[in-house]
Design a protein around this ligand. Structure first.
Ligand SMILES: CC(=O)SCCNC(=O)CCNC(=O)[C@H](O)C(C)(C)COP(=O)(O)OP(=O)(O)OC[C@H]1O[C@@H](n2cnc3c(N)ncnc32)[C@H](O)[C@@H]1OP(=O)(O)O
Ligand SMILES: O=C([O-])CC(=O)C(=O)O
Length: 371
């Protein structure tokens, strides 16, 4: 038995949800470029959960269900208020809140496909309220109740900022949600599938996935990109900062990918939105800095930007706190996690690989007083 480090290249599941073939990403056979330009996030949620695009009435029904289920138990917000709010990371708060949502869901352990679908809707609906509510409580504000007439993307920004967003902001945020929704067997999705393959419940699967997404090599990278941009501070400092990192063989966040070689097809959509929004908000230097970093890393390392790189300046332009970037990734990726969890249940087998043992050979037990 020989281990493959990081399971690189190992095919661990069959899936009908998304594919990455020759650097082209599709959700259920629809090219991500097509979806980014045309689809609402709700349509993508339906696509991932039903493996087909919705008809008008089906989309209306899903949108209605998401709106109707957006409120969360007051206990979630009360718990947030008891946290050390200056130090707790919103991903930790989110991980705990999703677990708590499971405690309040009377159907949490009902494993029927119907109950699992109802939980999927509740989770997707409530996770936006949880993330925005946490942000507001931390800022000393009360959570804003969702507005059912707004779509998912607009509602998120409304609940976060307490005012209805402009059309361009909704367009950018919807696009970001669409682009982050699913990505084949990435680390957090694999985590969710491993968890529920024991026939554990949906809430456990999503809680586990949030834990995996939090790390800076995965979803946590978008916050780190913004940290880097803030640390560099101005365009004249980019060259020396990046060169120093590259010379010291340090990683530049937002670059590289386990699967893509020529480039991540999602990055170009976020790059366009970043250019537009940074101009609109009077911070064009953020975009210019990003492009300069990009050109240096691509030029010297041949490493293309991944989805996290330009999403950072997009979210910053939308007035979003930097440590909320990864929770927003989780809000979107919940749709993909749920799709994979439902697919796993539908054709389940326990996921249990082997390890290559590299420890000592057979040893004889030595009593403690003789060691
Ligand atoms: C949504 C997502 O999860 S997308 C990924 C988000 N993560 C990041 O942006 C973090 C930065 N990127 C990385 O750490 C990596 O590219 C990963 C984790 C995404 C993929 O990693 P892997 O496929 O395991 O590649 P690995 O980390 O082994 O890197 C291979 C080589 O490229 C280098 N490399 C990879 N990414 C970077 C980077 N961002 N900056 C500089 N060098 C890098 C490594 O140092 C290594 O070099 P070496 O062979 O000289 O030691
Ligand atoms: O697929 C991966 O390894 C990382 C990921 O989630 C993404 O790029 O969206």
């Amino acid at each position: 038995m020989t281990a493959t480090r990081g399971l690189e290249g190992i095919v661990a599941a069959e899936s009908k949800i998304s594919s990455i073939i020759d650097d082209t990403l599709t959700y259920v056979g629809y090219n991500i470029d097509d979806l980014a330009d045309n689809a609402t996030f709700e349509e993508v949620v339906y696509l991932l959960w039903h493996t087909r695009l919705p008809k008008e009435d089906e989309l209306a029904e899903l949108t209605k269900q998401l709106a109707e289920n957006a409120e969360v138990p007051q206990a979630i917000f009360d718990q947030f208020k008891s946290y050390p709010l200056q130090s707790v990371h919103p991903m930790a708060a989110l991980r705990t809140a999703v677990s708590l949502l499971g405690v309040f869901d009377e159907e949490a352990d009902d494993m029927s496909p119907e109950a699992n679908y109802r939980k999927a809707i509740r989770l997707q609906a409530k996770i936006a309220t949880v993330v925005t509510g946490f942000s507001r409580i931390r800022r000393g504000l009360e959570p804003v109740a969702p507005k059912p007439e707004l779509g998912y993307a607009a509602n998120f920004l409304y609940m976060l900022h307490g005012k209805e967003p402009q059309a361009i902001e909704v367009e950018a945020f919807n696009k970001a949600l669409v682009l982050h929704a699913d990505h084949e067997l990435n680390a957090s999705t694999f985590t969710a599938r491993v968890c529920v393959a024991t026939l554990s419940d949906v809430y456990s699967g999503i809680t586990a996935a949030i834990g995996a997404l939090k790390g800076p090599l995965h979803g946590g990278a978008n916050e780190q990109v913004m940290k880097m941009l803030s640390e560099i501070g101005s365009i004249d400092k980019v060259e020396s900062w990046v060169q120093n990192k590259l010379d010291n063989k340090e990683k530049i966040m937002g670059f590289g990918h386990r699967v893509y070689r020529k480039g991540d097809p999602r990055a170009k959509h976020l790059r366009v939105m970043s250019e537009k929004l940074t101009k609109l908000t009077g911070k064009p230097e953020l975009y210019d800095m990003s492009v300069k970093i990009h050109d240096m890393v691509v030029g010297q390392k041949g490493l293309p930007a991944n989805v996290d790189f330009f999403s950072a300046s997009v979210y910053d332009s939308l007035g979003i706190e930097h440590d909320l970037f990864t929770p927003i990734f989780a809000v979107s990726r919940t749709s993909g996690w749920v799709a994979h969890i439902l697919e796993q249940y539908a054709n389940n087998r326990l996921i249990r690989p082997r390890a290559e043992y590299v420890g000592p050979g057979m040893q004889k037990y030595v009593p403690i007083n003789e060691r």
